[in-house]
Design a protein around this ligand. Structure first.
Ligand code: CAO
Length: 416
């Protein structure tokens, strides 16, 4: 079966997490992704958070599937020559070095355009143009600078970062969309272009609803669906942390289920959706609330939300999260069990859909990974293992036209 990005060749100059998630997606869609790594050490994540001594870490293997790896010292003259050949040969260069690193290496946008005017140059940086544009940035810096940390957590606690890697993987997703869009435009113009994603911007894009709320707060001085309203508290001048309140128009909260005393994930997300209010009242044995003017309408319920959730919790505590899920869904009442990573890893339907995949690696053996979350009906994803460091150096150099003597010379000079 053909793949959506068959024929697209990517010079993958990425490392750590943000860039590699982007190129991994493109590889899953069929692009030939050639990961260029520093000779000797490679992507720093190969050695980070190792669970098996001397073996590529899960951090690396789970972000670099379906790629080829070549080692190349791009600061040496002969290495720069190989990089120039790669630039001429590839469609896209993806990088997430610190600001200015590619220029310092001698490969400015202007120079790359001279070498290959059709090349798309895609970059992740921490910040866009502005006071912080020269800063190095990691995941949690982006979560803090992009509005996520300020709006995550409980009102009486400090800002909190999320487990979802919205700064890194979130930026990688944004960048991947920019790249395929630029490839599409190139079909008409014949020209490459620059694609820039700032991690702060990607996080802010994912926090869009909080900028919505900032403006609502400034206009009205309150936000009725926030727990602060139900608790009779006051709002300051910026969007507060809302605990587990729903980010949309349907009030929700996380409630304890049977076993919560010992199981940290025995909880359910419960949503008091207006159309199913009568069904909710019946399930929890509070039929009186259906017609009680203090509870009958969404507006009447708003100041009582926290006590309503506490009452619903008296019921959920009598059932496991899966029983609650089964019972409420019979009545179309939206809810979601808090699934632990262990439960997710063992979930058969996620295995069947290819969202959780078992991969075999020559040095570490079998391990689990997250497969392609984007399913295309005409471009199936087959997840293959990450490359060993420099595994494809000779293969790629031969494809670029280097003969055995030239490859030996590069090796002698420690360029590869
Ligand atoms: N051959 C020779 N040199 C190479 C090379 C190669 N194949 N690959 C990289 N290098 C060099 C770079 O040119 C750079 O040299 P200079 O400092 O002399 O310009 C050097 O290696 C270090 O690169 P770096 O600054 O990108 O790496 P770092 O570990 O110091 O910083 C990071 C890492 C992530 C903070 C930084 O790259 C960054 O801010 N990137 C943009 C934002 C981003 O993607 N962050 C997400 C990281 S995941 O949480």
């Amino acid at each position: 079966m053909s793949k959506a990005l068959d024929g697209v060749r990517i010079l993958d100059f990425t490392h750590v997490q943000s860039g590699p998630t982007c190129t991994q997606l493109l590889a899953w869609f069929g692009a030939d992704v050639i990961k260029v790594e520093r000779a000797g050490e490679g992507d720093a994540t190969r050695g980070q958070l190792r669970d098996i001594p001397g073996v590529d870490s899960l951090y690396f293997t789970m972000l670099n599937h379906n790629k080829r790896s070549i080692t190349l010292d791009t600061k040496k003259t002969m290495g720069k020559q190989v990089l120039e050949t790669l630039i001429r040969d590839c469609d896209v260069l993806v990088e997430n070095f610190a600001p200015g690193a590619l220029d310092r290496m001698g490969f400015s946008w202007e120079r790359i355009q001279e070498l290959n005017p059709r090349m798309i140059v895609a970059s992740v940086k921490g910040f866009g143009p502005g006071p912080y544009q020269h800063c190095k940035v990691y995941e949690n810096v982006a979560q803090c600078a992009g509005g996520s940390a300020a709006t995550t957590g409980f009102a009486d606690g400090p800002p909190v970062v999320t487990g979802a890697q919205i700064g890194d993987s979130g930026s990688g997703l944004h960048l991947a969309l920019g790249i395929v869009t630029a490839l599409f435009q190139r079909n008409a113009t014949g020209r490459g272009q620059k694609v820039d994603t700032a991690m702060q911007d990607a996080v802010l894009n994912l926090c869009r609803v909080k900028l919505r709320d900032q403006q609502r707060l400034e206009r009205t001085g309150t936000m009725e669906e926030y727990p602060q309203f139900a608790e009779g508290g006051t709002f300051g001048d910026s969007v507060p942390r809302a605990g587990n309140a729903s980010g949309g128009g349907q009030p929700g909260w996380i409630l304890k289920c049977k076993g919560w005393e010992t199981d940290p994930n025995a909880y359910i997300y419960f949503i008091a959706q207006a159309p199913v209010w009568p069904a909710i009242c019946k399930v929890i044995g509070r039929e009186g609330w259906i017609s009680d003017p203090d509870y009958a309408t969404p507006r009447a319920r708003l100041p009582r939300l926290m006590s309503i959730f506490a009452t619903v919790e008296e019921w959920t505590r009598e059932h496991t999260k899966f029983e609650v899920m089964d019972i409420l869904n019979k009545y179309d009442i939206p809810c979601g069990p808090i699934l632990s990573m262990k439960e997710i890893a063992e979930e058969p339907s996620l295995r069947a859909s290819g969202t959780i995949v078992e991969v075999d690696h020559p040095e570490r053996g079998k391990y689990l990974t997250v497969g392609n979350p984007i399913k295309l009906s005409d471009s199936a994803t087959e997840v293959t293992r990450s490359p060993l460091l420099g595994e494809h150096t000779e293969e790629v150099l031969r494809e670029l036209g280097y003969d055995a003597a030239q490859i030996a010379a590069l090796r002698d000079e420690r360029v590869i």
